[in-house]
Design a protein around this ligand. Structure first.
Ligand code: NAD
Length: 210
């Protein structure tokens, strides 16, 4: 598969294709044209053709796309043909909410444990997953081949967690703490700064209300 030099903008659109195609599969839709796909997703038909051509096309002139094939191919490109071992650090409000959200598990992101420094939450089971003492973090992630850590600590704790992660074989961080982590360049980090998104909403709302 020639997905080496794909732009980040294309990669960021793929999850949306994947999500809509899953919905179509659930509704028993077997094939779709780029025009119909465009109506649903909101990208232009030519954008869709261009995006999918990056990966070898998948479509056929006059037929459109086979929904199941396209869903499976995009899943492959997104790395969803395997499972990932995951832990959550920070078992507070957000950490517990993520642990209880079953869609991650269905996509193959398998939660192996949660970690915290607070004795009040250590030992709890959230959705059948134990909250462990942070002291055991490094040993656990390496012994259990953990690839991804979701950081759900307070802002102050996040860099300390990132420093610990860098001593392990963990490859990626999904960071919910509102801080830009300082990391070695070979660790993948994706930030979810919800407040940044909310401020964008308030900006557009302000424009609307003025
Ligand atoms: N809850 C939300 O809706 C929400 C929304 C947006 C962003 N966030 C961000 O997500 C993070 C978590 O939010 P929350 O509401 O769950 O906070 P919380 O206070 O309920 O939970 C944070 C947990 O992290 C643990 N912790 C702190 N430092 C640690 C460390 N060094 N190692 C291990 N555990 C540590 C704490 O003991 C606590 O249990 C925050 O950074 C917050 O800004 C939360």
């Amino acid at each position: 598969m020639k997905d080496k030099n794909i732009s980040v903008a294309v990669i960021r659109r793929l999850p949306k294709y994947h999500r809509y195609l899953k919905e179509m599969l659930d509704n028993d839709i077997k094939r779709i044209s780029s025009k119909e796909l465009s109506k649903m997703i909101g990208f232009t038909a030519s954008q869709i053709r261009q995006d999918l051509n990056n990966f070898g096309g998948f479509g056929q002139q006059g037929y459109g796309y086979n929904v199941e094939d396209l869903y499976n191919e995009i899943g492959k490109i997104l790395g969803l043909t395997r499972q990932y071992n995951v832990v959550i650090v920070g078992a507070g409000n957000l950490g517990q909410a993520l642990a209880n959200y079953s869609s991650f598990d269905r996509l193959g992101f398998k939660l192996q444990a949660m970690f915290d420094v607070n004795p009040k939450v250590i030992g709890l089971k959230i959705n059948n997953v134990e909250v462990m003492d942070m002291d055991k973090f490094e040993q656990f992630v390496d012994e259990n081949n953990v690839e991804i850590v979701y950081i759900c600590t307070s802002r102050d704790g996040a860099q300390e967690v990132a420093d610990k992660i860098q001593k392990t074989k963990v490859r990626a961080i999904w960071n919910f703490a509102p801080v830009d982590l300082k990391l070695k360049s070979d660790i993948i980090v994706e930030n979810i700064h919800l407040i940044d998104n909310l401020l964008t909403v308030s900006y557009f709302l302000k424009e609307n209300l003025e």
